[in-house]
Ligand binder design. Structure first.
Ligand code: ATP
Ligand code: TPS
Ligand code: MG
Length: 331
């Protein structure tokens, strides 16, 4: 199977260059470009790197939460593929001081507790010294016989999103400003909830056609689903389930921007045939407190467009990119 296409941005230009020409070997049914790779026999594997001062600051929460958050974010890629978690490999790096003071042990304990609470055992890992900052790499292993891929969305499908958007971005914005977020926003940042059970339930309906998890922000992640499926996506701004606590903290307009571009909500963006709508009530009964919202549609074409409440179409804003405005890498 060929690699799935990714959306625009310097981070993804780099990934395109790094993966150019790669051919998945025998035994690998889905290679690069999706939330994880799929292996024959129903295995899904993915990796996610979390770095101090890039993904969290030391003063923002405790070391158990740094580890727990890294595991939760990594497991979200299994939710994106509607796979059931089985195990993780946990690699930790930190300074000699962080080892001596127990910080690295606490990171590992938080990671292990989060993994076990979500059905994954720690089956290995690695430890190295780092000159200063803490790094946490989590490889996740899951199982599914029918992975949900980013390709597969078709014109005429509806677009759905789980949960609320913008809460984690609002928390990060407050923390960067030196303010303490209120508990519901703090939780969205420190303890994201990968939508693992939700993904399995929705996949079981048989109506999902494509999906991914929202780590960089809907505006950016939607471009990957559009590119991989070779379709256009139309998103109705007024339909977005903006986190009410983000609205309370920042007002509707900034909260909407955070919902589109803030990132790290770890909700799911799903494309589904129109019959999924009949399962919405059942989803609400099974997952109270997790809204399932129809936010737009899949159309013929390419890219992502936003529809403002007055019906005007505009291009989606840019989302989180690790290398913003950094131009092209050398060819
Ligand atoms: N250095 C790399 N070498 C090979 N493939 C890569 C590399 N970095 C990323 N990829 C692949 O590119 C695709 C997109 O990667 P990305 O990290 O953006 O995944 P994601 O699930 O969208 O985001 P997140 O990192 O937030 O989980 C994935 O299939 C990933 O395996
Ligand atoms: C200190 C600090 N500054 C900014 C942010 C926001 N942030 C960092 S990485 C990322 C996208 C997902 O990462 P990845 O693509 O690596 O999975 C976002 C939205 C943060 N969490 N901490
Ligand atoms: Mg992902």
């Amino acid at each position: 199977m060929s690699a799935a296409a990714l959306g625009p941005g310097a981070e993804f230009d780099l990934i395109r260059r790094l993966t150019d020409g790669l051919v998945a070997p025998a035994g690998v049914t889905v290679g690069t470009g999706d939330d994880g790779a799929c292996l024959e026999g129903g295995w899904v594997i993915s990796t996610d790197l979390t770095l101090e001062d890039v993904h969290f600051r030391r003063s923002w929460c405790g070391p158990e939460e740094w580890g727990g958050r890294a595991v939760r974010a990594a497991l979200s890629d299994l939710a994106a593929m509607a796979a059931r978690p089985v195990a993780i490999l946990l690699s930790l790096a930190g300074s000699a001081d962080d080892r001596a003071s127990g910080v690295l042990q606490a990171v590992g304990q938080g990671a292990r507790a989060a993994a076990e609470s979500l059905g994954a055992a720690v089956i290995g890992g690695d430890v190295t010294r780092s000159p200063a900052r803490v790094a946490i790499d989590v490889v996740v292993l899951g199982r599914t016989d029918d992975p949900l891929l980013r390709r597969g969305a078709r014109p005429g499908d509806d677009l759905w999103v789980t949960g609320h958007l913008g809460g984690a971005g609002a928390a990060v914005r407050m923390l960067l400003d030196g303010r303490r977020p209120p508990p519901p926003l703090e939780a969205r940042f420190a303890r994201p909830q990968p939508r693992l059970a939700e993904a399995l339930w929705l996949a079981d309906t048989g109506h999902l056609t494509a999906g991914l998890d929202l780590s960089d922000g809907l505006a950016g992640d939607a471009t990957h689903l559009a590119a991989a499926s070779e379709v256009g996506l139309e998103i109705d701004e007024s339909a977005l389930p903006v986190d009410p606590h983000a609205v309370e903290a920042f007002g509707a307009s900034t909260a909407l921007r955070l919902a589109l571009s803030g990132g790290e909500d770890y909700e799911l963006l799903l494309a589904a045939d129109p019959a999924l709508a009949a399962h919405r009530e059942g989803f609400g009964d099974r997952f109270p407190g997790v809204p399932l919202t129809r936010i737009g549609r899949v159309v013929a074409g390419s890219g992502v467009s936003l529809r403002a409440p007055d019906g005007e179409r505009r291009p989606a804003p840019s989302a989180f990119d690790h290398f913003p405005d950094s131009g092209s890498p050398p060819s």
